[in-house]
Design a protein around this ligand. Sequence first.
Ligand code: ASP
Ligand code: MG
Length: 430
Amino acid sequence: MTTVSYEAVPAVEGDAAAAPGNTLVMKFGGTSVGDTQKIKDVARRLVTAREAGQRVVGVLSAMGDTTDDLIRLANAISPQPHPREYDMLLSVGERISNALCAMAIRDLGHEAVSLTGSQAGIVTDTFHGKAKIVEVRARRLHAELDRDQIVLVAGFQGVSTELEVTTLGRGGSDATAVALASALGGACEIYTDVEGVFTADPRLVADALKLGKISYEEMLEMAATGARVMMARSIEIARRYGVPLHVRSAFGDGEGTWIVKEENLVLEKAIISGVTHDTSEAKATVLAVPDRPGVAARIFRALADAGVNIDMIVQNVSAKGATDISFTLPKTDLPATEPILEVLASEIGAKGVIYDPDVAKVSLIGAGMKSHPGVAADMFEALGDAGINIEIISTSSIRVSCVVRAAEVERAVQAVHDRFRGYAEERVGA
Ligand code: ASP
Ligand code: MG
């Protein structure tokens, strides 16, 4: 049996070596398969790749808003849908689009077979709704490809180690596609409704530029800070296993953006890769926290145990033995957070907790900023000159993020992009 493991195990060379080369995994997002004509167009594209001599695996997302519709259905039936049944339901969306595409390919005179995640050998852990792929058992895939089939795999799903159907979290078809490309030793094309990865959201910034290349690390930071082109986790898998990724438009034939190893970038020209924004987070502040050892640990341990994903944290200098602690968290985690913090605040003797949902995070990302001083200062100046107040700052070696008022997010993104416009132009040629 051919097996590739995903959890902290290096890629198994054997599989890639055994595959008779030329394998291409082509993933299509929900809008790219939004109606039956679009599915026929996708079928044609898969056939064209097959006729060019590639072994072709298609991974289609659910049509249009199907997944949202299924979630609405579940919530209309039950206030807390049972996790197992929820995954049984949600996994259906991708079965529909992939089966339809297989039919369309047959009508074009080619052999095609659609498979569920389970049939395709995608084995996951047991966390319903956000399962992680632990292994791809590629035997069936190899067999179908060897029989000259175009193989369609339902994205976003797998089968758990306990033999239950699982889903991989929103946008999970990307993870399916990247894991399959890794297991089969092929390249991965991500077809979407934009032409590639841009230096800012083109709907906000009219002069945003399309990047030719971006490193895995930059793409990860961009995805994690609001660029909605790809699911962040899928980029992590691609980076770990060195899967070549090409993000491109489903509605044209132009080159998109290649996601590559950092060493393939000209770092001097790669000071920045883009400005992203995210309005999905809220700010919480615990007021007048007693300034003594162990207090921050108690707050954040309790939130971690509840599965709340904390992002930025600031603790102010203490005055008169007390200090405010602010942090950001997904707005969707507020209902879980509020009761926990209420109890904690009184236990540790803090004055209270305030919540502020009207915030946005603006981030500047670039591989070259680690060796290029002044990038953060330029960003703060751009915001200052635009009269925009910065409420929280956090950084990584290739990212600077600022929390600002939500009402100012568009102006903030534009101001930062304007300031780095010259670098963006250089970058496109990097
Ligand atoms: N259909 C799923 C979603 O909408 C998975 C995907 O599109 O990748 O999240
Ligand atoms: Mg979708």
